[in-house]
Design a protein around this ligand. Structure first.
Ligand SMILES: NC(=O)c1ccc[n+]([C@@H]2O[C@H](COP(=O)([O-])OP(=O)(O)OC[C@H]3O[C@@H](n4cnc5c(N)ncnc54)[C@H](O)[C@@H]3O)[C@@H](O)[C@H]2O)c1
Length: 387
């Protein structure tokens, strides 16, 4: 059995609450971790959403509709919180204030002011581990891509592109939900929903975003409310951000896109970096494939495709010949959080830090300003703080 138990509470028992709980249930899948999560408490304002947890997870001892009950529980070490974006500030600050480690969800505050409030709470409690979820970098292909960029093998960076595209919103009959309304999802729209996934690896690689020019689209403006009425769907569906980025001495164009309406895409997270001596590309559309090119002057410029084997930050019982998928990435991310909590810092592979969420908010706030003004926006720390 993996190490000592870290006692977890989950606040928000919807889509992601269940996914993370399921990852914890299969933790024995991992080998050689120093600790293991034990789900002890769950909270949802809609108690009906806790039924699945009560029925499937015997370690759950506390079920409550009031998150303050969970925070008052001395038997909880850490909290995973997955609630609508307008609740992030209140709940994240209260979790941190209660001295519980926090694995929060993106966008880590509904807007830049909300994010700053969460970061202030984290700064006031420096002993509390505060991280945000973002699982896609734990795919073997994404890991290999990051390693290749970090090795310097690409030479000088010419350009890079990252995106997260799906198309569930192409159906105009899809009913409205909190993620499609500014009041609960935030003005960022699809950027708040998908954007931290897109910027996580670029930021972790050390890229700095200097300027942004944004094109945001609101394609489907009304949706059925489930009671026969059409209501406003006022969030941005798609965002294309043209960023001037800097890494080391290289300054280059970085194209970032988040799309809820990308016909043909189910759930595609991708990243591509092109340099003067080579390139590397990975997409979850072909989750077993890593594309690489090594370029030498005068030699052929040939992209190669490597069939990837199962590999994670943390070794698992799965044989190398088997495929790695979304739930494996989520499990690896949970392990990165739990291991860091017990003092085994995964270094480059740690979960998203509060400072990285701040950089993402600067970018998305700049993108909104760019859309309003039709101009590129300088992402200056001082100016953005007062945006
Ligand atoms: N990492 C990922 O891949 C990923 C994917 C989807 C969503 N998310 C993020 O996860 C968060 C939640 O999204 P979701 O898809 O799970 O939403 P969801 O609507 O499926 O679940 C949210 C849950 O929170 C509950 N809730 C609302 N207010 C509450 C409160 N005050 N106390 C306790 N529970 C409360 C709701 O009843 C609901 O069950 C968001 O921040 C979202 O951006 C992350």
């Amino acid at each position: 059995m993996n190490g000592a138990p870290v006692r977890i509470g989950i606040i928000g028992c919807g889509l992601m609450g269940r996914e993370i709980a399921s990852a914890m249930l299969r933790y024995a899948h991992l080998l050689d971790t120093q600790a293991r999560p034990e789900l002890r408490a769950v909270c949802d304002v809609n108690l009906g959403n806790t039924a699945w947890f009560r029925e499937n997870i015997p370690s759950v001892r506390q079920v409550t509709a009031d998150y303050r009950d969970l925070l008052a529980n001395p038997e909880i070490d850490a909290v995973y919180c997955a609630v609508p974006h307008h609740l992030h500030t209140q709940l994240y600050c209260d979790i941190i204030g209660a001295g519980k480690a926090l694995l929060g969800e993106k966008p880590f505050g509904i807007d830049y002011a909300a994010n700053r409030a969460i970061l202030a709470a984290a700064a006031a409690h420096p002993d509390v581990l505060v991280r945000s979820s973002s699982e896609f970098p734990y795919f073997p292909g994404a890991m290999r891509l990051a390693e290749r960029v970090r090795s310097g093998q690409l030479g000088h960076i010419i350009e890079a592109e990252a995106g997260f595209w799906h198309s569930s919103d192409l159906d105009p009959a899809k009913p409205i939900n909190w993620k499609r309304q500014v009041a609960t999802n935030g003005e960022y729209g699809c950027m708040g929903d998908l954007g931290l996934h897109v910027v996580h690896v670029p930021l972790r690689l050390g890229m700095r975003f200097e300027t942004v020019y944004a094109q945001l689209s609101n394609i489907i403006r009304q949706r059925p409310d489930g009671q026969g009425q059409l209501v406003a769907c006022d969030t941005w569906d798609n965002a294309q951000l043209s960023v001037r980025a800097q890494l080391g001495e290289d300054v280059f164009p970085l194209q970032l896109s988040t799309k809820r309406i990308a016909p043909g895409h189910g759930n595609t997270w991708f990243l591509r970096v092109i340099g003067t001596e080579g390139g590397v590309a990975f997409s979850t559309q072909n989750p077993k494939s890593l594309e690489t090119m090594v370029y030498r002057p005068g030699a052929a410029q040939t992209w190669q495709r490597e069939d990837l084997t199962y590999r994670g930050v943390y070794p698992a019982i799965t044989g190398a010949i088997f495929e790695f998928g979304f739930s494996d990435a989520l499990l690896q991310m949970v392990a990165a959080f739990v291991e860091e909590y017990v003092g085994h810092d995964p270094g480059f592979w740690r979960c998203v830090t509060p400072e990285e969420t701040r950089a993402s908010h600067q970018l998305f706030t700049g993108a909104l300003a760019s859309q309003r003004t039709g101009r590129a926006i300088v992402l200056d720390e001082e100016e953005m703080t007062h945006a």
